[in-house]
Write a protein that binds this ligand. Structure first.
Ligand code: COA
Length: 314
């Protein structure tokens, strides 16, 4: 019998420490008005000693609880992160041990598109009948690789984790998925160290990233609708990577989706990279906006560039 992949649980976790725009005004030549107007972000969470694995563990526990499975029933853990706790071992294996699972575990790095890439990878294992339950996590502590004196990046990012359990089912949850990369944009957005043991910080050409993000995310949204034979009016919710309200608004406008059908968390989360989509998904599942049977359009882009999207029936 053909197997399909379906999301059976979501969870998320944010570290308690908040940095507001007003606090950033004290150390940077910026203003709450500028940040809010240009990005939609008001505040972000940052770690205060917690690790990427700590955040992933809390989000994963909540996810397993909702999916009503025990850690021993997880067949595979994929952890999307750009900010692993160590170069090695993989943060996913630390999570495997701490949550009490007995399964293969690996990290996946596609920066802000990491969760989309991880979910698509998990889908393959399930649809091919290899595994039954895959824990897919996005967890980031970007605050550790931000130069807090650089106003062009310090205002944007935040820390957090989100996760889903993707399980084998006889009806399709994931109905379409697509990932793409174009590695010719290295200098547009990268960490600026030359060697792996040298300290480096996020460096970005905001304008360039902005234009590519709008172009590729609008293209992938249109492709998902076309390939799924759907119109925008048939989409229940778009759950986009939370980078900038203006990027999200431009995409929604291009496909004719009202902003009332877009899940937004960036005002209070900022850009949490690979964690932003599962975080937004979990918020909207738990507050009751996303319901069983809803058609979700998930999409994200990250440095590289790498981008992708999925049509998911929740
Ligand atoms: N506070 C106040 N002023 C700032 C500022 C800040 N934090 N950052 C930049 N500025 C200034 C610039 O110096 C510039 O001043 P000038 O006109 O005197 O030269 C002006 O604001 C406009 O800068 P610009 O970079 O053109 O702004 P923008 O409208 O492109 O907005 C970003 C900047 C970063 C918000 C926007 O480009 C963006 O969001 N890009 C995408 C970034 C992203 O999503 N990255 C992650 C992808 S996963």
């Amino acid at each position: 019998m053909k197997r399909f992949a379906r999301i059976t649980g979501t969870g998320s976790y944010l570290p308690p420490k908040i940095i507001t725009n007003s606090e950033l005004e004290k150390t940077l030549d910026t203003s709450d008005e500028w940040i809010t107007g240009r990005t939609g972000i008001k505040e972000r969470r940052v770690v205060d000693g917690e690790s990427t694995c700590d955040l992933a563990l809390e989000a994963s526990k909540r996810t397993l609880e909702m999916a009503e499975i025990r850690a021993s029933e997880i067949d595979l853990i994929i952890l999307a992160t750009t900010t692993p706790d160590k170069i090695f071992p993989a943060t996913a294996t630390m999570l495997q041990s701490r949550i009490g699972a007995n399964c293969p575990a690996f990290d996946l790095q596609a920066v802000c598109a990491g969760f989309i890439f991880a979910l698509t990878t998990a889908q393959q294992y399930i649809e091919n009948g290899v595994y039954k339950n895959v824990l897919v996590v996005g967890s980031e502590t970007f605050s550790r690789i931000i130069d807090w004196n650089d106003r062009s990046t310090a205002i944007l990012f935040g820390d957090g984790a989100g996760a889903v359990v993707l399980s084998s089912d006889n009806t399709a949850g994931i109905k379409y998925s697509k990932i793409s990369s174009d590695g010719s944009y290295l200098s547009s957005l990268h960490v600026n160290n030359n060697y792996i043991n040298e300290i480096g910080y996020v460096e970005m050409s905001g304008n360039e990233v902005y234009k590519i993000a709008v172009k590729q995310l609008a293209n992938i949204a249109e492709e998902i609708l076309r390939e799924s034979n759907l119109t925008a009016s048939e989409i229940s919710w778009m759950v986009p990577h939370q980078a900038n309200i203006r990027i999200i608004t431009a995409i929604a406008k291009r496909i004719g989706l009202p902003m009332s059908k877009v899940i937004l968390t960036l005002e209070t989360h900022g850009n949490t990279s690979a964690a932003s989509i599962p975080l937004a998904l979990d918020v909207a599942v738990r507050d009751g906006r996303i319901k069983k049977g809803d058609k979700l359009l998930l999409e994200g882009i990250g440095a590289g560039f790498s981008w992708g999207g999925l049509l998911v029936e929740y």
